[in-house]
Ligand binder design. Sequence first.
Ligand code: GLN
Length: 477
Amino acid sequence: MKFEDFSVIDLVEGIKNKVFTSEAVVKYFVQRCEQFKDLNAVIEVFDDVVEKAKTIDERIARGEKLGLLVGVPVAIKDNIACKGKKMGCASKFMQDYVSPYSATIIKKLEAEDAIIFGRTNMDEFAMGGSCEKSCYGACKNAFNSCKVAGGSSGGSAVAVAAGLCPAAIGTDTGGSVRQPASFNGVVGIKPTYGTVSRFGLVAFASSTDQAAPITKTVEDNELILSIMSGKDINDATTIDNAVFDEVDKQAYKIGICKQLKDEIEKLEYYDNFKKVLAQFEKLGCEIVEVDVPHIEHSLACYYIVTPAEAASNLARFDGVKYTTRSQEAKNLEEVYVKSRSEGFGLEVKRRIITGNFVLSSGFLDAYYKKAKRLQGLLKREFEKAFESCDVILTPTTPGEAFDIGGKSQDPIAMYLEDVFTVPASIAGIPALNIPFGKGKNGLPLGYQLMGPEKREDMLYDIAKMFEKQTKVEGGIQ
Ligand code: GLN
């Protein structure tokens, strides 16, 4: 059986009903990872996965109660802690780190009998938009190995798109789930801030980061996010958010942000965007214009607030705990300075320096505090915009996946990739990537639905309608 064509939900059904075993499924994906090793998407398949699958099959044979993800392998980004496994954050600084405990989301997935399958490639410490800045080397796009995977959760997106694993978990601070999902034609969400616990995750910007699933179908995504979500005593920022789609609405109002119109009309694939609008109209949705007056400043705001948080969050990686220590260090100060200088990559250093700059006395008011005020303003502007529409639609990225090496020397060009994804991150609202169509290089294009806080249910409902219709009409697959 070609298990790579199965959705998570189909695999669960098949395993539960003994059409095939979890062992067969897991072994199949282990073999796929071996076969497509060159993609550099899955950097380690855990050595206990077949054993775990066998145990699950035995439980099924005994007629025991089974979880919602029974026997299905789920890969995790290399910044998510899983007890007894390595977690490297794609940094040579962290390469030897073995986690002594599991992240809350791992426990939740395991409680539903998922098999944590292995680690996926990423940009170092989740900073980046291409999955090239990794100590394991660049991850390649599932459709063309000369193109980037997108980042930072590129490994997770490629693993799903290339059929190396039926689902994978990424983390999204400013687009790191949505952008690689878009580049590889799969579904990825950034949930409302607080929906998913960050306990056991290495997040570089705590105020926007959320872990989330990358899947082939909208329904799979919804199922996995609903399992991962919920209040956690170990993360005070978590909220109750039901996630599951219970809405039954037909005619949605889809908002187009006036302030992004020029930007969107200039895009190479504007024609494809118009086709997306036509699909929504066919579904009975109404397209309306809405205002988010300061949305254009989101990118600047994001690249001030998140480096500031990165500078403080990464202070603990000092060559004493977690990370490797410089062999050259002769005293305590040198342990810090040399270990960090040798351990961190260039992009991480750039953000730490920028972050410390915007937080330093004399500049705090001019940059960081101003950006935080703008963040509050954007939140309110989105709330207001959602009074006149249900969701806001944008492209997820300015174009299809670019060449490997094409932007790696130009940080600003790389940051500009995030222009459509960061507004939802700054405002803390949910945003979902859905694939539709391909660009001139034959690579997938993706579109983003942003919704009001805690309205993942609505995003999933609209995306399911869209997916159903576009599949019939020859969407991506
Ligand atoms: N490209 C963005 C950045 O480099 C997104 C990163 C993320 O979401 N983790 O900050």
